[in-house]
Design a protein around this ligand. Structure first.
Ligand code: COA
Ligand code: ZN
Length: 308
């Protein structure tokens, strides 16, 4: 049975775009519950400028108060050197550096050119100097909502440059749900062939309903690491039309039904997913929490016994 590793990003990718501040205590409780569900990794928060992402201005407090379970990696998003200093102080298990493969999206999201971002992140990697494993998330790798197509060679070029700097992993992000399964197959096969030693993670958004099809395409191409978000919340505040990540519970339910080992207690996860609307104050896109699992059967109506 192939083992698939899930990273839940709801408290970072999900909450960064929420219209209302989620109370710190709710974030901590949610992360503690996610740990108990069996996630391999949880992206807890981001050490970005609190002016840029005010929803995550409580990053230090959240990192300081969560209960860390052995076997779960607690990762944080780090945009620059200042973020790395804060993340080191918080003793995060992994730093997730971020830049975009599209020049326009990088300018909108990080206020600098891709080359300036690369140079800044290279400086962060040098500063961290192996004290904490580093992952780099490459945004808009399957297309940019402002520029359109991002050639696969451009994505591979950045993967190569970060790989040469010694990072542990790369996450290939479909920031605004533009990827299709054929493209995912091609990208997954090529990256694994070119970079067999890197930890590769796929990060899909379900903006156009292709999220789970893309997960399947990636799994069938040999990818074993995925980002997902409880309830399917999420989105980049600097990407027009961005909407939710793939729902962790929907993706895990699908893979579970197909016989993959996700290591997740899905009943427990669904209990948590059903609490999410009350935490954020609105309905969430995830479907399995509403419909129940395929194995959660309903009683048949009484009248059919007369018809048997
Ligand atoms: N943590 C805390 N404060 C930070 C910071 C960090 N990592 N990086 C910058 N700042 C502060 C600076 O101290 C400065 O504060 P001041 O105005 O009180 O002096 C202010 O932010 C501006 O700093 P500057 O270096 O000019 O950065 P910037 O405004 O160009 O911001 C980013 C650069 C990338 C840090 C910022 O745009 C950001 O955090 N963006 C969010 C990216 C993101 O998470 N997007 C969604 C996920 S993909
Ligand atoms: Zn995302």
């Amino acid at each position: 049975m192939t083992r698939i590793y899930f990273n839940d990003v709801v408290t970072r990718d999900g909450f960064q775009i929420e219209p209302n501040f989620i109370p710190t205590e709710d974030k901590i409780r949610l992360i503690n519950e996610l740990s108990l569900c069996g996630f391999a990794k949880i992206e807890v928060t981001s050490f970005t400028s609190p002016k840029a992402i005010p929803m995550l201005r409580d990053a230090e407090e959240v990192m300081g108060k969560i209960k860390r379970l052995p076997g779960v990696e607690y990762t944080v998003l780090v945009p620059n050197l200042r973020g790395a200093e804060r993340a080191l102080e918080s003793r995060a298990d992994e730093f997730n550096l971020v830049m975009s493969t599209s020049e326009t999206h990088n300018l909108a999201n990080l206020r600098m050119t891709r080359e300036k971002s690369f140079a800044g992140l290279a400086e962060v990697i040098q500063y961290v100097d192996g004290r904490t494993p580093i992952n780099v998330s490459l945004s808009t790798a399957f297309g940019c909502p402002m520029e359109g197509e991002v050639p696969q060679e451009v994505v591979e070029g950045f993967v190569k440059r970060f790989s040469d700097l010694g990072v542990r992993g790369l996450t290939i992000c479909d920031t605004t749900g533009m990827a299709n399964p054929a493209q995912v197959t091609k990208m997954s096969e090529s990256l694994q062939r070119l970079f067999p030693k890197l930890q590769l993670t796929m990060h899909f958004h379900n903006t156009r309903g292709m999220g789970l099809a893309n997960v399947l395409a990636a799994v069938q191409a040999g990818i074993i690491r995925f980002d997902g978000s409880l309830g399917g919340l999420g989105g980049c505040p600097y990407a027009p039309g961005a909407s939710g990540n793939i729902s962790s519970e929907d993706a895990i339910h699908m893979l579970d039904a197909m016989g993959y080992d996700t290591g997740i207690d899905i009943s427990r996860l669904l209990v948590l997913a059903r609490e999410l609307p009350a935490i954020v104050g609105h309905a969430v896109p995830g479907q399995v929490a509403k419909a129940g699992r395929t194995c959660d059967l309903h009683p048949a109506p009484d009248f059919i016994s007369d018809l048997r």
